[in-house]
Write a protein that binds this ligand. Sequence first.
Ligand SMILES: C[S@@+](CC[C@H](N)C(=O)[O-])C[C@H]1O[C@@H](n2cnc3c(N)ncnc32)[C@H](O)[C@@H]1O
Length: 240
Amino acid sequence: MKKLEDSQVEAFDTEYVDDVRWETIKAGIDQGFPAGKFTFLDLGGGNGRFADRVLAAYPNSKGTVLDSSEVLISRNQPSERKTVILDSVENFGRIDARYDIVFLHWLLHHVVSDSYAHTRRNQIWTLNAAGEHLTAGGRISVFENLYDGLLIDNLPGRIIYRMTSSRALSGLTRRLGANTAGVGVCFLSKKEWLSSFREAGLQVIDYAEPDTWSWSLPLSRTVCLNIQRRYAGHFWLGVQ
Ligand SMILES: C[S@@+](CC[C@H](N)C(=O)[O-])C[C@H]1O[C@@H](n2cnc3c(N)ncnc32)[C@H](O)[C@@H]1O
């Protein structure tokens, strides 16, 4: 899998799960683990702020944050209930433990390789491996930015992958605002994610669009990228 440079991950030193999104996560945790006692693995958990929020809300929980960015991992607040691992998700098969919850928040569009087909296999492999690291009755939480196409369902994500993964176009895509320029990013439509979950042996327990997130794009870009709708979606998944 390709690795983003330090300057590219700086933009991720933030917390994407705001109070509204947190309500969706909390409702799923409370439903699955009413006693509030569980272990979790936050893949691509970066600076650990989300893990800290879970640990603070559930004093009987324990968590592990894994991320490939040394810069973001070094910004984790230490906690005796938190383990921090600097590694790429592609090596997480080395972790010899199972977790009640695996969080995959805005990570799956980053597991890119040299071709679109290989990148899609990485996404399904990561989902499948997450399922294999679950305890019985465990759940996976996926947050993603979903891109539904106007004429062809999954076309926007394919175009964005081609543009952002091209080194030749990296100057242009950087100017257009892509912090993944030259490396690549692989967004999917909701329908394509649902099919990928099935392929990875996972089933959807719950689905929500917790916020009205929309980031405005000039009409010309919406048309060129064939975007019908772009929004944040959350999936709770279990093993089939
Ligand atoms: C968009 S950020 C999301 C961060 C966090 N999950 C959140 O919701 O705020 C993507 C994160 O995935 C990490 N990442 C990208 N590729 C990775 C890989 N192959 N293995 C582990 N982490 C990766 C980045 O370093 C970054 O922290």
